[in-house]
Design a protein around this ligand. Sequence first.
Ligand code: FES
Length: 115
Amino acid sequence: MPKVTAYGQTFECDRGSNLRQVLLEQGIPLYNGKASIINCHGLGTCGTCAVQVEGEVSEPNWRDRARRSLPPHKPSKNLRLACQTQVLGDVRVTKFDGMWGQGDRRVWEPDKPTN
Ligand code: FES
């Protein structure tokens, strides 16, 4: 089973699991600030579940690409929408600051819950 490392925790999930769901099930703060309340619950429209992912995941789908092409996201940035991403192998996840996770400062890293 794939291993997910995020927020100083490592846990397993089924191959093909939705990254947003597995992070939330583990109690990992996927959303920054008010985005924990104001988000699209995985529809791929709000863009606040953006994270940086290293490892084997699904290719970005059109919802992921479309939302990340709009401000405050920049398509050139190496992020993914967790709600539109399936875990296919071991992955390491990092969250950046800003309501959409679009910032440059790391809020948490794979091996560290805080910075
Ligand atoms: S939860 Fe809104 S885009 Fe992922």
